[in-house]
Ligand binder design. Structure first.
Ligand SMILES: Nc1ncnc2c1ncn2[C@@H]1O[C@H](COP(=O)(O)OP(=O)(O)O)[C@@H](O)[C@H]1O
Ligand SMILES: [Mg+2]
Length: 352
């Protein structure tokens, strides 16, 4: 039996989602093959053993909190006793290379991307720059930084990465709208689960959208809004990775915001996406290319926007630890390709 640690919760805004993903992974793991240690990390970064009987672990609703926790005094001690770790953590301090770096230092194999690819994929602005180098089509954007020290002083970073200091928010808004038009999506460069993202259709709403995003990250993207269908593809593997069939997300709200993702049951996932084969193949090829270009290992879910009028494909983002609930897109796409959830988990752990 392999000694497997499953870590969930974590310090990011996606803490609650990670709990549901982590419990779902535990529920679907083959209990004959793994001796499982469920490890919960609180929002403050404290570590706990989840002491509930493994066979009784069921998933909960997003937002429900766990009981039956026992504080771990020395997390290193617990981790060092494991053969492999599955960090089912979304967002900062989980999907961004930090926990990966810690596990590297401790010589513990883990599921998923390594340090560099985790941190690049977490940061939308930097991921975009590298994907552009790979010739992958993406929505145009403007990249700014907020000066922490001075209110209303922003840095406008141009296409050649020149820093223009002391820009006011009014200047930034003018530049963004003249380059991108409207609508735009304003997002923290490090975001997930749509936290801090606003769709802006009227110029007067842009400053507040920027100030909202600044609460989550000092790097902000203002991205051209695409009138698009949302298509997602799962990629799996280390050497010669494979892509799954593609799925479509139909958000029940104006866009796929936090509420539409986790609280509005009218949002739908359609697998396989009802698009023609040629388009689906184009997306699958782009998914593999992006995965390779950003040095991904293990797994990633690659999300696309497909223009409703022209069918032009835009890569939207790469998630190196996508949602893992039993109704999440990543495991469901593989299920449709003939890889049931528990076999998928075996493969991920094997690749670690
Ligand atoms: N450029 C865009 N055009 C159209 N819709 C977008 C655009 N960017 C984001 N969205 C919408 O916002 C949602 C969240 O954005 P995304 O970049 O995927 O951030 P997150 O990492 O938080 O999931 C998307 O699923 C989509 O509904
Ligand atoms: Mg997304």
């Amino acid at each position: 039996m392999k000694k497997l640690g499953v870590i969930f919760g974590g310090k990011s805004t996606e803490h609650d989602v990670s709990i549901v993903s982590g419990l779902s992974v535990i529920k679907n793991l083959n209990k004959e093959k793994y001796e499982i240690t469920p490890i919960y990390m609180s929002k403050d970064g404290d570590w706990f053993l989840y002491t509930k009987d493994i066979k009784q672990i069921e998933t909960i609703e997003v937002g429900e909190q766990l009981t039956e926790l026992q504080k771990i005094d020395n997390p290193f001690e617990v981790l060092k006793g494991l053969d492999v770790v599955f960090p089912v953590l979304h967002g900062l301090y989980g999907e961004d290379g930090t926990i990966q770096g810690m596990l590297e230092l401790l010589n513990i194999p883990y599921v998923g991307c390594k340090v560099l690819s985790s941190s690049i994929c977490m940061d939308k602005a930097y991921a975009k720059m590298l994907l552009e180098k790979a010739g992958i089509n993406q929505a145009d954007f403007v990249f700014i930084k907020a000066e922490n020290t001075e209110p209303n002083k922003f840095i406008y970073i141009d296409e050649n990465l020149n820093f223009n200091y002391d820009e006011t928010i009014e200047n930034i808004c003018d530049k963004a709208i003249s380059k991108l038009g409207l609508p735009v999506f304003v997002k923290p460069s490090n975001s997930g689960s749509s936290v801090g993202i606003t769709k802006v259709s009227q110029k007067e709403n842009l400053p507040n959208a920027i100030l909202n995003a600044v609460q989550f990250d000092n790097k902000i993207l203002i991205e051209k809004g695409i009138n698009a269908r949302e298509i997602e593809c799962s990629v799996l593997g280390n050497y010669k990775p494979e892509s799954s069939c593609v799925g479509e997300v139909i958000p029940a709200e104006e866009f796929y915001d936090f509420n539409a993702k986790y609280h509005n049951s009218a949002s739908k996932i359609i697998i396989p996406a009802q698009i023609d084969e040629e388009l689906s193949n184009e997306i699958r090829k782009m998914a593999i290319k992006a995965y390779e270009a950003l040095d991904c290992k293990g797994l990633a879910r690659i999300d696309f926007l497909v223009d409703k009028n022209t069918n032009k494909v835009y890569l939207s983002e790469i998630n190196t630890m996508p949602g893992f609930t039993s109704i999440s897109m990543y495991p469901q796409l593989w299920e449709k390709c003939g890889k049931p959830y528990s076999k998928l988990l075996d493969e991920l752990i094997e690749n670690a």
